[in-house]
Ligand binder design. Sequence first.
Ligand SMILES: *[C@@H]1O[C@H](CO)[C@@H](O)[C@H](O)[C@H]1NC(C)=O
Ligand SMILES: *[C@@H]1O[C@H](CO)[C@@H](O)[C@H](O)[C@H]1NC(C)=O
Length: 348
Amino acid sequence: MPRLPILSVLGVALLAPTAIFAAAGDLTEITNFGRNPTNVQMFVYKPTRLASPPPLIVALHWCSGTAQQMFSGSQFANIADQKGYIVIYPDAPEAGQCWDVHTKATLTHDAGGDSLAIAEAVRYAIKEYGVDKKRVFATGLSSGAMMTNVLMGAYPDLFAAGSAYAGVPYGCFEGPDMWQPQCANGQLIKTAQQWGDQARAGYPGYTGTRPKFQTWHGATDSVLYPQNFFEQIKQWTNVLGISSTPTSNLTNTPVANYWCATFGNGQLQANFANGVGHEIWYREGDVLDFFGLSSLTPAPGPGGEGPGPTLPPVAQWGQCGGINWTGSTACVSPFVCTVISEWFSQCK
Ligand SMILES: *[C@@H]1O[C@H](CO)[C@@H](O)[C@H](O)[C@H]1NC(C)=O
Ligand SMILES: *[C@@H]1O[C@H](CO)[C@@H](O)[C@H](O)[C@H]1NC(C)=O
């Protein structure tokens, strides 16, 4: 096991601010979701009211973070209560709680590593929860942002878009160790073609649509140096087949001291935060805008137009999920909605 001196520092820098709005429900662990060679733990947040069909966001924690911290420290779950998408929070199995973004297995489609478990959880959610397979997204912070880059390269068939906060390009950490200092320090420079070739090698022969990509970085980041932001722009403009000259570049956007550059027809959006270090934090609304989920609403509830009343939680032994289930997915405390089969989840 390589030593990871910097990771505890990372964790401290990225501890989530206290959540102001709590999600209405709890995280539920899902097991037996498919191939999981590295024992990634998987947790799901399913709001009571779902859009029909519901989109899915995979939200990836930072080094030393956990699924639970990503759940309570970001706003994706409580916004899901209003919009009706599902969130999956994977939890890294490695000591140090960093994602494996360096092995050949994790970097390659269906070859293993942490990325395979995440891909299998997405497939499971499509089958089990009726997730809209055209609206599956990934986002992450730091190590989670590196994994977001990895997923866009190795599983472009599964994701419509990704959003990376303080990450590195797909493949930048490739090698024997969990930490790749040359990449982290912004000294791994490649041409757009080289980065593009590397990302395409994540899924050889793939010819389908490539995910849209949004990236964010602090200009004074000294953990994953900002050069990694510019290397990501090279990589994804090449993969997406669009010019690396932005079609627009707005200063003080989306907030003072940031600039926001758009490439192609919006397939790539790059946000650079002057005066901000590695602790750049989520702007969930801008992520949801980029994913096209801002105007999403839950399916009409019983008895009328528009969002229905919040459904009451289900009692012990009652149904709380399954293919095309439109009733409540929350259970009366202390019961937990447990998957029995793809047709039937039960409060027990
Ligand atoms: C966008 O504009 C800012 C401010 O003028 C500039 O520093 C930055 O390099 C521009 N970004 C791109 C990708 O051209
Ligand atoms: C679920 O609902 C969709 C949309 O109404 C329908 O096309 C599909 O056949 C249903 N699936 C099952 C398994 O009943």
